[in-house]
Design a protein around this ligand. Structure first.
Ligand code: 4NP
Length: 182
């Protein structure tokens, strides 16, 4: 694995492009977190970001959602294991799984994938180059994990894998919050 300086040019540019879109429309930024099943990583990212942004004034508080590429869990709550480890950190995850749609690129300003499969699929789905310029990889905001090049899929792992996801997401959401509040 390669150690990289984070957040990195692509991630910084994606946030800048997203903030420009939101500000041009005079509203808080809209962020969509994306993974495969939308029952583990992306709903945890959404819930954690919601939790750490609750102290922001409403005019600055981001609008958040999450989605996945695989529709097999549509309508489901997050995975029981993820809800359990998240609850130990004070998070209540209530999102219902849904698939991502091309129209999400119009509504959401910043689209964050968890791994390179998600990133590749997001680029394939994005309707325009401008939309592609607002895609970034969530692990690129995990500044305290310089070797992490993804938020790994924990679905077939033990609870350690779920804790690892939350550790990465705590770091990444904290970075993200400071970037959207500047
Ligand atoms: P997620 O994890 O992408 O973090 O929600 C997964 C959940 C379910 C499956 C794959 C990944 N699945 O194949 O059912």
């Amino acid at each position: 694995m390669t150690k990289v300086v984070k957040p990195g040019v692509n991630a910084v540019n994606a946030v800048d492009n997203a903030l420009r879109k939101a500000r041009s429309e005079g509203r808080p930024v809209r962020i969509l977190f994306v993974c495969l099943g939308n029952i583990c990583r992306s709903p945890a990212a959404e819930g954690m970001m919601e939790h750490i942004c609750r102290d922001l004034p409403s005019g600055q508080r981001p609008e958040l959602d999450s989605a996945g590429f695989y529709g097999g869990h549509a309508g489901d709550l997050p995975d029981r294991r993820m809800r359990m480890v998240a609850s130990h950190r004070g998070l209540v995850l209530t999102h219902r799984s849904r698939t991502i749609h091309e129209s999400d690129f119009d509504y959401y300003d910043l689209i964050l994938g968890m791994d390179d499969h998600n990133i590749s699929d997001l680029h394939d789905l994005a309707p325009t180059q401008e939309a592609e310029s607002r895609i970034a990889r969530m692990s690129d905001f995990a500044v305290n994990y310089p070797y992490a090049d993804c938020v790994p899929d924990p679905y077939y792992d033990g609870l350690d894998g779920f804790e690892n996801v939350l550790n990465l997401l705590e770091d990444a959401t904290s970075t993200l919050k400071s970037m959207i509040c500047k």
